[in-house]
Write a protein that binds this ligand. Structure first.
Ligand SMILES: *Cc1c(COP(=O)(O)O)cnc(C)c1O
Length: 392
């Protein structure tokens, strides 16, 4: 089987019978929008994300971009309001704010984790600032305890873009574990098929421990209606459908095992790259677990694109997340840049995502690592032997 960045056909093959049964149940019921399948999945997701703080409210929506927009709308963000976020993220984080007339404010990242740097955020705050949006990039939490303190001190909302990090846990200074997406005021989730918890189409969710925000978001996603045909605000139409919810319910059962498989693949890559003078492995923050939505290394900027070509020739795919920072995109010309974004710009030049999914074998990982290292004139042999020991 050929190497892929994500292997959804393998995913389907592994759980085909469960999927067929789940989809058939929706077809038999006729409940295609809202209804019991969406409710069941929302409940299952809430149960999965339960911790010492209890069970968060969960709301299925049409996709992760809508989830961000609905979160911003529920907080009342609009013209004149500033929202601090990284420029090293998928465009949706900023796009949803800009669509509402709010101003995205880009602050720099921590070069070790690629996540928003709390010190840079604090320096970017003005009287117009309304919210901070850390993105848990590549499957690892941003430094949430620091963002909670900053949000509290300045009276700001904290929204976690959890599109890439469902199932990640934040580790508090006292060792308390909290699920990514349930720590701030609102967490937004994407179920795009390639995400760790993906549908077979579009989907998204909103998480919150606040019943008030949950109700506001529920209304906003439902045409701003408190009840049918009584519209209190201008909302949107954003729904998770029954078939996607049923599929997501099946995937949720497998998510813990899939996450462990990703972590194993990451450990194998890590071991293989230990001896390399050219490949910088992804750092593990002390305050987070890592679910490896992506396995992203840094390589010297001058070599990165040639390395991609060399891998491609050998049938090894790779990707650059993200080649251009948001502040350099024409779409966000009206956004504000807070301070230097030097680390953001350097990350765009140096990062490389290697194949990462639960169905990669040790041999696949060795093949990829070998190809990367031999490009730099390095070898893996001893390293892969120690990878096996590491996992054993
Ligand atoms: C995927 C993603 C989104 C958007 O999700 P969609 O479901 O594709 O709309 C938002 N933010 C980040 C960081 C993402 O990776």
């Amino acid at each position: 089987m050929s190497l892929q960045m994500v292997d959804l056909r393998r995913q389907v093959a592994e759980i085909r019978e469960e999927l067929d049964a789940a989809i058939a149940a929706v077809l038999d019921s006729g409940a295609f929008v809202r209804g019991p399948f969406v409710r069941d999945f929302q409940e299952g997701l809430g149960a999965f994300l339960t911790d010492d703080r209890g069970t968060p409210h969960t709301l299925g929506v049409a996709n992760g971009t809508d989830a961000l927009q609905i979160a911003y709308q529920a907080l009342g963000l609009g013209p004149g309001d500033e929202v601090i976020m990284p420029a090293f993220t998928f465009c949706a984080t900023a796009e949803a704010a800009a669509l509402l007339g709010a101003t995205p404010v880009f602050a720099d990242i921590d070069p070790a984790t690629f996540n928003l740097d709390p010190a840079q955020v604090e320096a970017a705050i003005t009287p117009r600032t309304k919210a901070i949006v850390p993105v848990h990039l590549f499957g690892q939490c941003a430094e949430l305890a620091a963002f909670e303190r900053i949000a509290e001190r300045h009276g700001l909302a904290l929204i976690e873009d959890t599109a890439q990090a469902v199932g990640t846990q934040h580790i508090g200074p006292d060792g308390t574990l909290r699920w990514a997406g349930t720590v701030g005021d609102i967490g937004t989730v994407s179920f795009y098929p390639s995400k760790n918890l993906g549908a077979y189409g579009d989907g998204g969710a909103l998480l919150s421990h606040s019943a008030t925000l949950h109700e506001l978001m529920r209304q906003t996603a439902n045409h701003g209606a408190a009840r049918k045909y009584y519209h209190t605000t201008v909302g949107v139409n954003s729904r998770l459908d029954g078939i996607q919810a049923a599929i997501l319910g099946v995937h949720l059962r497998h998510l813990p095992a899939w996450t462990r498989a990703r972590q194993l693949v990451a450990a194998c890559y890590d071991a293989a790259f230990i001896p390399s003078a050219f490949v910088t492995r992804p750092a593990r923050a002390s305050y987070s677990t890592h679910v490896f939505h992506q396995y992203v290394v840094r390589v010297p900027a001058a070599a990165r694109d040639r390395l991609r070509d060399a891998l491609k020739v050998q049938g090894i795919p790779s990707m650059v997340y993200y080649p251009v920072p948001l502040h350099e995109m024409p779409a966000f010309a009206d956004a504000r840049v807070a301070g230097s974004l030097a680390e953001t710009e350097r990350a765009c030049r140096e990062v490389l995502a290697l194949p990462m999914h639960p169905w990669l074998s040790m041999a696949d990982v060795e093949r990829v690592a070998d190809a990367v290292l031999s490009f730099f004139g390095e070898r893996t042999v001893e390293a892969t032997a120690s990878a096996a020991e590491l996992i054993a």
